[in-house]
Design a protein around this ligand. Structure first.
Ligand code: NAD
Length: 481
């Protein structure tokens, strides 16, 4: 019996089966989520499809619903944040921030203007480029920011006139299921459907004939499967995938200042952020000072259960990820790295790992080359800026990166040479609803957020009104060169 329910067509839909959800702070199942059947998935897409006919017709109503959704989220933070902490592990304060950010995204898209683009208005014709909804969206989210990343999809998809079926990660389904229940008061039935289940459910969604768009956030490996699954019927896809963000410290940086900021950019959400700093390149002259600064932060930060008031970092979210971080750190230590601090799982129940700073390693070590997605950060020394930019770019990843230095023009010039979707200067993880976010190379396809992200939930339509009396005033001037 599941403690949480799916929302399909605005109603509670009971599931025959359920699966356990683990609290990563103690490793024990604390709740059950419904296991969606194929018939229920069909029903969810059917409900979304039927709801879309009215939903796409009234833009003012859509904007009003988005405003109300933001209100519901803000009013429900006290109910949602503890569920998020229990299933994800993050400190309660961070869980409240995640609910707040979700509301901010709804408010932003509620107010984002979408004027038509007039490309010709003369004696011959009025030609406008307008955006139409794609139809039904299949949205799939990961476990690191279950709620915020869901609203990065829900808010623009809904504003554009789409309806959606959303599947959260099986590690963190509960907050999303609960949100859908709470939103039933303000969202018309069928506009937001939330189903839960394992990875197989995601595969059913991407292969389903109804959705015209898949908005996916998760790993590169799964993202490629999603792209394959979308290909036969040419579903549109947006893929927000993994990253291995470099931070490059320049020789004019202040080690004390940058080590604090880089620590924050690397260990936010316990390192489980797609665009967290995952490798740091430091000039030889500053290396020891930056390492000392990072290690001081890592060894003094309070790690604990998300429910403890002073916890700043929680556990790693799930057992496979916990094992992966242990494996990558052990591999680095075996290959000559040194832990300036940390290096081990903590001796307590749950998936706690010591915040770890690794030194004495280079490109070619797994933890430098792969996405660790956890609380362990390799620091690598370099001599030449051109060379380090090449090393930073020598990867299939291309999500984001940052460059740090006192001369911000110089740092910006170096940042501009990074092959990635966001190049920060003297900051990292600065994200906003108006700022497009996406990856180069294998880190993704398309972007989320801002008008650019909204556009990905639309099809382009040209409305060409002839002003000629007989409709035959075809202007070939621009067609033939
Ligand atoms: P994952 O790819 O394992 O799972 C993501 C989602 O996809 C889950 O809901 C899962 O059930 C579903 N899924 C699994 N197999 C599927 C399939 N064959 N077809 C369709 N759906 C399927 O990723 P994860 O471990 O949950 O999340 C961590 C990864 O997500 C990291 O690589 C991280 O960098 C990435 N991420 C990227 C962004 C971004 O915006 N670029 C944001 C957060 C996380």
């Amino acid at each position: 019996m599941s403690d949480f329910v799916m929302t399909i067509g605005g109603d509670t839909v009971p599931a025959a089966d359920s699966f356990g959800v683990v609290n990563p702070a103690n490793g024990e199942v604390f709740a059950h989520a419904p296991e969606c059947s194929t018939e229920q998935l069909d029903a969810a897409f059917d409900a979304a499809s039927k709801a879309q006919r009215d939903w796409k017709a009234d833009e003012a109503a859509r904007r009003a619903v988005l405003v109300s959704m933001a209100d519901v989220l803000l009013e429900s933070s006290a109910e949602l944040a503890p569920i998020l902490t229990a299933e994800q592990g993050k400190p309660l304060g961070d869980a409240h921030i995640e609910v707040f950010a979700s509301a901010i995204w709804c408010q932003y898209f509620a107010n984002l203007e979408t004027p038509p683009h007039v490309i010709q208005d003369d004696g011959e014709a009025l030609v406008e480029v307008v955006r139409r909804p794609v139809g039904v969206v299949a949205a799939i989210t990961p476990w690191n920011f279950p709620l915020t990343l869901a609203f990065w999809k829900i808010a623009p998809a809904l504003l554009a006139g789409n309806t959606l079926v959303l599947k959260p990660s099986p590690f963190t389904p509960l907050t999303t299921l609960k949100v859908a229940e709470l939103l039933r008061d303000v969202v018309p039935p069928g506009v937001i459907n939330v189903v839960s289940g394992g990875d197989q459910l995601g595969a059913w969604m991407t292969g389903h004939p109804v959705p015209r768009k898949i908005s996916f956030t998760g790993s590169i490996e799964t993202g490629k499967l999603v792209a394959q699954s979308a290909a036969p019927d040419l579903k549109r896809v947006t893929l927000e995938l993994g990253g291995n963000d470099p931070a490059i410290v320049l020789d004019d940086a202040d080690p004390a200042v940058v080590s604090k900021a880089i620590f924050a950019g690397a260990f936010n959400n316990n390192g489980q952020v797609c665009s967290a700093i995952k490798r740091v390149y430091v000039p030889e002259a500053l290396y020891d000072d930056v390492v000392d600064g990072l290690a001081a932060q890592a060894s003094s930060i309070k790690v604990g259960e998300g429910t403890e008031a002073d916890s700043k970092l929680g556990p790693i979210n799930n057992a496979p990820q916990f094992e992966r971080v242990q494996e990558l750190v052990a591999d680095a230590l075996t290959h000559g790295a040194r832990a300036a601090t940390g290096g081990h799982a903590m001796d307590r129940p749950g998936y706690f790992f010591e915040p770890t700073i690794l030194t004495g390693l280079s490109d070619g070590t797994r933890i430098v080359d792969e996405e660790q997605f956890g609380p362990a950060l390799p620091v690598i020394s370099y001599r030449d800026v051109d060379d380090v930019v090449e090393r930073a770019n020598a990867t299939h990843f291309g999500l984001s990166g940052s460059v740090w230095g006192a001369d911000s023009d110089r740092a910006a010039e170096v940042a501009g040479r990074l092959e990635c979707g966001t190049a920060w200067v003297n900051t990292h993880l600065a994200l906003a609803p108006q700022q497009p976010f996406g990856g180069f190379k294998w880190s993704g396809l398309g972007v989320e957020n801002g008008p650019w992200g909204l556009a990905e939930f639309t099809e382009v339509q040209v409305v060409h009104r002839s002003k000629g009396a007989d409709g035959l005033n075809i202007n070939t001037a621009g067609l033939v060169s």
